[in-house]
Every structure is written in structure tokens, then in C-alpha cells.
Ligand binder design. Structure first.
Ligand SMILES: *Cc1c(COP(=O)(O)O)cnc(C)c1O
Length: 230
């Protein structure tokens, strides 16, 4: 499994290079290893190599792996169904995919039951793709204002999945747009929000995402190689 170590150091070096070029500190960038379809051995190997945060897009997969993986923060990065919130509310550090008020209601209810305030990111569909979940860019501000009614939710930032483009330069506009929204929300004086995280960038486009202000990047293929969905 040497390739995992090599891949992680390659990515960390890339992060350093990019940050040096644009005058940011590489310590600002949180690398989340996306472990969907990856088995426990390989995940634990990546943790030995310094991974501290792992991202899964399915609740079921978190539940299957949860007891076998220790000392990491779990991130739910995929669409979350309301009826599954109860399984992960006490397991994940951050939900990246808050995309509806009814989901917020459910997270709030389960958070209250467990006596926790759940950290969430609002997922934004910046490119307005029909196939993607997320709040439309134009309505994010209103959506976030509405979340004030849910005291067991803390909004920690925004997340997006850019459209897939062979040429990552083509998605720069979407990252830039999300960063602008992020900065605008930051200027508002909402007590239920604490805009810390801008989760954008995957294997193909993380370099551009960092240049545009991402401080959480979600990388699967770049660390573990191509996924086998069988
Ligand atoms: C799978 C996935 C990733 C990682 O994708 P790679 O291209 O393998 O790096 C990132 N974010 C989300 C939401 C994902 O589902």
C-alpha cells in the first residue's frame, strides 16, 4: 500500500506549492480523504500516513466502518435522507450536505435528543445542475437566515460539487462564485452561523479550488486510486 503514502505526500506537496504561489498558508487547508468503496485496511493505512478526516457519502457505509476506524473525524459528504439522520447524528463531525429545510428540521430534532449542536455546511448547487443536490446560489442567503429557527444546528460554511470538466479551469467560475457568497454571508451578523469552512475541490479540480479560496478539499481517487463500485 505504498501508493497511498506516495499519493498523500504528492497531494500535500501540491497544496504547499499552490499555497506558496498565492500567499496562503498550507495549514489552512484541511484534506479530507474520501473513503467511499474503500475497505477498512486501506482506510486505516491512510490514517497511519497522517489522514485525520475521512468523508463518506452513504450513511450505510459509515455504519459498517464506524467501529473499525478510530481517531478520525467523520464527514458526511453525500445527500442525506431524513430518515437516516438518527443513525449518524452522534457519529459525524460535520455534515457537508444540508440542502433543505426539512432536513434541517430533522437534524435539529435529533441533535436536541442527543444534546448536541450539529455542525453543518450548506450545499450549494452553484452551476445549477439538474442532477445535483444543493440550494441554488440565489437563495442561499435566505436559506441560511431561515436556519436561525433550529438551535441545534450550527452553520459552519458552504460546500459545493463542481460540474465534472476535463479541464479544471472551466470550473473556476463556480468556485469563485461560491467564495463570493461565502464572504458575503460572513459579513452578516447571524448568531447561528460561524463561517469557517469552504468545502470545494476534488481530485480533478482541487488545485483551482484552493486558488479560489477552498479550505476543505475532498479527495478520493487521488489518494486511493480509481474506485471499484462492484
Ligand atoms: C466521491 C466524492 C468526492 C471525491 O471524488 P474524487 O474525484 O474521487 O476525489 C468528493 N466529494 C464528494 C461529495 C464525493 O461524493
Amino acid at each position: 500500500m505504498h501508493y497511498i503514502q506516495d499519493n498523500i505526500s504528492y497531494i500535500k506537496n501540491e497544496i504547499k506549492d499552490i499555497c506558496r504561489n498565492i500567499g496562503r498558508s498550507p495549514d489552512e487547508i484541511r484534506l479530507i480523504a474520501v473513503t467511499k468503496t474503500i475497505n477498512i485496511d486501506r482506510i486505516n493505512h491512510s490514517i497511519m500516513e497522517g489522514i485525520t478526516d475521512i468523508g463518506e457519502n452513504k450513511v450505510q457505509e459509515i455504519l459498517e466502518k464506524y467501529d473499525h476506524i478510530h481517531d478520525v473525524k467523520w464527514h458526511l459528504i453525500g445527500h442525506l435522507q431524513k430518515n437516516k439522520v438518527k443513525y449518524i447524528i452522534d457519529k459525524v463531525a460535520l455534515i457537508h450536505s444540508l440542502d433543505s429545510i426539512s432536513l434541517a428540521q430533522e437534524i435539529n430534532k435529533r441533535g436536541q435528543q442527543h444534546g448536541i449542536i450539529m455542525d453543518v455546511l450548506v450545499q450549494v448547487n452553484v452551476a445549477n445542475e439538474e442532477t445535483k443536490f444543493g440550494i441554488e446560489a440565489e437563495t442561499v442567503m435566505d436559506f441560511i437566515a431561515e436556519l436561525k429557527s433550529y438551535p441545534s444546528i450550527k452553520v459552519k460554511g458552504l460546500m459545493t460539487i463542481a460540474p465534472y470538466e476535463e479541464e479544471p479551469e472551466n470550473v473556476r467560475i463556480y468556485f469563485r462564485k461560491l467564495k463570493n457568497i461565502f464572504d458575503e454571508i460572513k459579513t452578516k451578523d447571524f448568531s447561528h452561523i460561524d463561517m469557517q469552512f469552504l468545502s470545494m475541490g476534488m481530485t480533478n479540480d482541487y488545485r483551482v479550488a484552493i486558488e479560489e479560496g477552498a479550505n476543505m478539499i475532498r479527495i478520493g481517487t487521488g489518494i486511493f486510486g480509481a474506485r471499484n463500485y462492484r
